[in-house]
Ligand binder design. Structure first.
Ligand code: G3H
Ligand code: ZN
Length: 282
């Protein structure tokens, strides 16, 4: 059990018809909590650090990435490290040196031809550096400043176009727009399972579901059964962490030692991770 390559985890999961849960890391406590939840569930996981999280840390990617890698190395679970939602090629080029075995290049908001050209350049670089590259076709909305909703006409991923896109770019995995949306705080998304099945038949690489915090457990199980291989979860962890911190500070308004509320936040994230691992990776 240790730090492993994302490709290895996703291939093992696909062979066992399981998905690999991929959880967003914002601070060291998140990485620790995700590893604890993975061990409790007995499920391998991906720690992913988004470009937005890198910006939050003042554009410093290495300190959090190296800390997350050390958490993975000392864990009882198999854990991979992924750089998520990268729009900046300069940041992508730092991925390998910072310890990431995979990255998601995010050009899904662009028109098809522009997405294709940018993703091809990213894939060529990534493969030269041994980095497994995920891209997006169709548009999973809901990120800050997002131009379109996941439910707007024309944003779902078309299977024929997806097959061409993968062949023309050589990407290793594809994020698809099938009805989920980023940053949902209620689990009310309804996925297009028939579309997932058609994408699975048409596309020869693993399919990735983004915006999974808003997807109910049964919908997640059906999505995995239909062919989703990696399930990205972020907002659910933030909600659990923040609620625990809020409750702790409300109960103990005299708190001055941050460890008192960070510990409760870390426990809440670990429990959320354990539950979601059982749903998508069990
Ligand atoms: O790439 C990260 C995920 O798509 C997270 O989405 O915050 O809505 O769970 P979420
Ligand atoms: Zn996402």
């Amino acid at each position: 059990m240790s730090l492993v390559h994302t490709r290895e985890l996703v291939e093992q999961g696909a062979a066992a018809r399981r998905a690999v849960p991929a959880f967003n890391v914002i601070t060291l406590e998140y990485a620790e909590a995700i590893a604890d939840g993975a061990v409790a569930a007995g499920v391998p996981v991906i720690l992913q650090i988004s470009e937005n999280a890198v910006r939050f840390h003042g554009d410093r990617v290495e300190p959090l990435a190296r800390a997350a890698a050390e958490v993975a190395r000392s864990s009882g679970a198999d854990i991979a490290l992924h750089l998520d939602h990268v729009t900046d090629l300069e940041l992508l080029r730092r991925a390998s040196d910072a310890g990431f075995s995979s990255a998601m290049f995010d050009a899904g908001r662009l028109p098809y031809a522009d997405n294709l050209a940018a993703t091809l350049a990213a894939a060529n670089w990534a493969h030269g550096a041994g980095v497994w590259l995920e891209a997006e076709l169709g548009y999973v909305g809901g990120k800050p400043g997002a131009p379109a909703s996941a439910h707007a006409p024309g944003v779902r991923t078309d299977p024929d176009e997806a097959a061409r896109f993968v062949a023309d770019t050589g990407v290793d995995a594809l994020a698809v727009a099938v009805g989920s949306s980023h940053a949902m705080t209620e689990r009310s998304a309804a996925l297009d399972h028939a579309l997932i099945g058609r994408l699975r038949d048409a596309v020869p690489v693993p399919l990735v579901l983004h915006g999974s915090s808003g997807v109910p457990d049964d919908e997640l199980r059906r999505a995995v059964a239909a062919g989703i291989a990696k399930v990205n979860i972020g907002t659910a962890l933030g909600a659990a962490f923040t609620q625990a911190v809020r409750d702790t500070l409300a109960a103990r308004p005299d708190t001055v030692d941050p460890r008192h509320f960070l510990e409760r936040g870390r426990e809440a994230v670990a429990e959320t991770v354990r539950q979601l691992c059982a749903v998508v990776g069990g």
